[in-house]
Write a protein that binds this ligand. Structure first.
Ligand SMILES: [Zn+2]
Length: 534
């Protein structure tokens, strides 16, 4: 693709994209149009052959579409510290909704900040010394605003609220604490969050009852907030979805399931049938998932919850108690996990980096110890910070979820420098646009673009973003429908995708000729986007 900078004295547009085919992100059929951009807006769509631009892009044979939205990710610290987070922008993402799974870096207070940084070491990658004293959600979002090339929106991570008001223990939330939690929900909604996120298999919130979650959700009902939940997958899929539907109905809020997948053949179909036959008639519901069957999470996800009851900073000491080790052993037996298919993706210390990429079974064998002892020793040495990839399950199992009309993209990407991370971090969008459309014929290219942009823009209240229309923000992707392809694999996960040729954020190029731009300027184009319910 050629790009040119015009020498004409008064060009009609700042950026002019000529000769391409537009897919506007609403699901409507493609059409031939040039795209004219002034400042941060798309100001003209149509025949602009004779127009001039300060910067022109030749998009002959290419698709021009809205920037992509990632509604579930673990980019919270990376967007704070990395001006152009190229594993995401190189795929066409221009907006990320952060603070998923109810666990993040804000809101915090001086008693909980280091607990969270510690807990999230192998998920979000912020180091203790990088904490500069922020407390509220708004503080945190303001630190990213204009300091990143991507736009960013936030959830209200529920466990952060619970921990601030009643610690990490399993105690029931009392009336006073509930009142405090609800007032934090109000603050979060006022700060522009889309709604509450929970991760009910994770610390603190695993102890929340359905009643407690209903009460918290009622606090955001007046804002038309969205309840976004990593449901109780440990309890199995159907009861977990039913709890979510109950929460939505009782609280009077819309609901969204994070990374919805079945574990076994037929499970996803069963869930979708329940959603179609019953749930969607009772509550306003949607879901996301990454286009892969294997998952990825922290090794300490497999520990009994009580290890974290005194807070993450005290968890290592707790793990040394013999009864915790015994319970971990029962858990491993009970899960029936095939540890030969689970890879060590990343560890904290240099000393153990050479184990990255090995399977847990290989690690255990080399240690010469029983598996629970070997894994507990590793967790203690790594201060709990061990990331895993569960390389098991056929990708075709997730196809019915991707095909569903309530589905949108959530990469669940977890990035770690040099890590043998899950390929979803680098490949999710290109996989949906390329292989899912061309090879597996799951849906049309128009549908794929919708699932990556317009569906999320509407559901997560992005206002005039991620639909390609006049008067909308110029978050734009130009890609080649013939060559777009994910290249990241489990053995070589940090590989950029092919075919995503040009990406603009608020009218500013951030990927150019398939190369992410290294932008060093004081003011970057990304914005702190506040929730705009329809
Ligand atoms: Zn999750």
């Amino acid at each position: 693709m050629n790009t040119n900078d015009s020498s004409s004295p008064n060009p009609d547009f700042d950026v002019l994209i000529q000769g391409g085919t537009v897919i506007d992100g609403t699901g409507s059929p493609r059409y031939r149009a040039d795209v004219g951009i002034k400042g941060d807006q798309v100001t003209a769509l149509g025949d602009l052959q004779n127009a001039t631009g300060s910067h022109t892009i030749d998009a002959q044979g290419k698709i021009v579409c809205p920037g992509f939205v990632d509604v579930h990710n673990h980019s919270d610290s990376w967007l704070l510290n990395t001006p152009n987070f190229i594993s995401k922008t190189s795929q066409g993402f221009t907006t990320e909704v952060i603070m998923a799974d109810g666990i993040s870096y804000a809101p915090v207070d001086r008693c909980t900040a280091q607990d969270w940084i510690h807990y999230l070491l192998s998920l979000d990658g912020l180091y203790p010394e990088e904490y500069t004293g922020w407390e509220s959600l708004e503080d945190y979002m303001n630190l990213i605003d204009g300091k990143n090339v991507q736009n960013v929106m936030t959830h209200i991570p529920y466990a952060n609220l619970r921990a601030m008001n009643c610690g990490f223990s399993r105690q029931r939330v009392d009336d006073f604490q509930m009142k405090q939690i609800c007032s934090e929900v109000h603050k979060g909604m006022e700060a522009g969050a889309v709604g509450i996120s929970t991760g009910l298999d994770y610390v603190a919130q695993c102890f929340s009852t359905t009643d407690e979650l209903v009460e918290a959700c009622q606090a955001m009902a007046e804002y038309d907030g969205l309840y976004v939940s990593h449901i109780r997958y440990k309890k199995t899929l159907m009861p977990a979805i039913k709890e979510l539907v109950e929460i939505g109905k009782r609280a009077g809020v819309k609901v969204h399931i994070s990374h919805m997948k079945g574990q076994h053949p037929g499970q996803a179909e069963e869930a979708l049938e329940y959603i179609d036959q019953i749930a969607r008639h009772e509550v306003d519901i949607s879901f996301d998932v990454y286009p892969y069957q294997p998952g990825s999470t922290m090794l300490h996800f497999l520990l009994p919850y009580e290890v974290f009851e005194d807070g993450p900073l005290k968890a290592v000491e707790k793990l040394k108690q013999p009864e915790m080790q015994q319970r971990f052993k029962y858990g491993l037996e009970n899960y029936l996990l095939d540890i030969s298919a689970i890879q060590i993706a990343w560890v904290l210390t240099e000393k153990n980096k050479h184990h990255q990429g090995k399977s847990l079974s290989q690690y255990v064998e080399e240690s010469g110890l029983p598996k629970e002892e070997a894994l507990i020793d590793l967790l203690i040495e790594e201060q709990m910070a061990v990331l895993l990839v569960f390389n098991m399950g056929d990708d075709r199992l997730v196809d019915p979820v991707l095909q569903h009309d309530l589905y949108m993209m959530g990469t669940d990407g977890i990035y770690m420098e040099g890590g043998m991370i899950h390929p979803r971090q680098f490949g999710s969008a290109a996989r949906l646009l390329g292989p899912c459309v061309r090879d597996h014929k799951l849906f049309s290219l128009e549908d794929a673009v919708y699932k990556l942009s317009g569906a999320a823009a509407q559901r997560f209240g992005l206002g005039k973003r991620s639909q390609l229309k006049e008067g909308f923000f110029a978050d734009v992707v130009v890609f080649d429908p013939e060559t777009v392809q994910d290249n990241a694999t489990y053995d070589n996960p940090q590989q950029f995708s092919s075919g995503i040729e040009y990406v603009l954020s608020n009218g500013v190029p951030i990927v150019h000729n398939n190369q992410p731009l290294d932008i060093n300027s004081e003011k970057l184009p990304g914005r702190y986007v506040r929730y705009q319910p329809r």
